[in-house]
Design a protein around this ligand. Sequence first.
Ligand SMILES: CC(C)(COP(=O)(O)OP(=O)(O)OC[C@H]1O[C@@H](n2cnc3c(N)ncnc32)[C@H](O)[C@@H]1OP(=O)(O)O)[C@@H](O)C(=O)NCCC(=O)NCCS
Length: 185
Amino acid sequence: MADTLSAVPLLETPRLRLRTVRRDDLAAIYALHADPRAMRYWSCAPWTQAQQAEDWFAQRARQGETEEIWPWGISRIGADTLIGLVTVFAVNRSQHRAEIGYLLDPAHWGKGYAREALRAALAYGFEALQLLRVEADIDPRNEASCRLVEKLGFRREGYLRERWRVNGEITDTALYGLLRRELTA
Ligand SMILES: CC(C)(COP(=O)(O)OP(=O)(O)OC[C@H]1O[C@@H](n2cnc3c(N)ncnc32)[C@H](O)[C@@H]1OP(=O)(O)O)[C@@H](O)C(=O)NCCC(=O)NCCS
């Protein structure tokens, strides 16, 4: 099995490093996805078995072989432990657009880390990948996520009803979009 997911360039922000995800991050990745607080508005139920992290890693590694995907692990400067993930996926080169997803350890919420990490990944997408538009699919009840993307300049462009079925719950999507010229400084 691969030792890493798709290799991504190292991006450094004042407090964070966005780096390639490795097999030795699996325990941290499991802890993130097993935390009900972090998974409240996610597209699957909280994980309950360590094997789910193995399966996730294998599936993501395979996905990286056939699709363009940029999966960054987030760690703090000076501490290599993975505290979150930010992924640019569904990259459509001919249309210059992609989607973004993100997940941060609740122990680190409310410090502006997600904004710092997303801004770096978005800047990379707009500059290096020449994207012109990035989308985020958010549960409208997820206030933290809505606020996060709005502060980065995203606009709420659409409301898609009953788009997800997670753990017996039917949920809607607030579809957000950010154009290259709109990313806030
Ligand atoms: C969404 C998430 C990444 C935000 O991480 P974070 O590091 O706490 O966010 P930041 O500290 O960068 O905050 C960004 C903005 O959101 C606001 N915010 C953060 N948590 C909030 C909350 N619970 N309610 C309302 N606003 C909130 C912050 O105040 C800040 O806005 P401000 O500049 O006006 O103060 C984090 O809550 C998370 O990982 N959630 C679980 C996974 C998830 O839902 N991912 C998104 C799926 S679409």
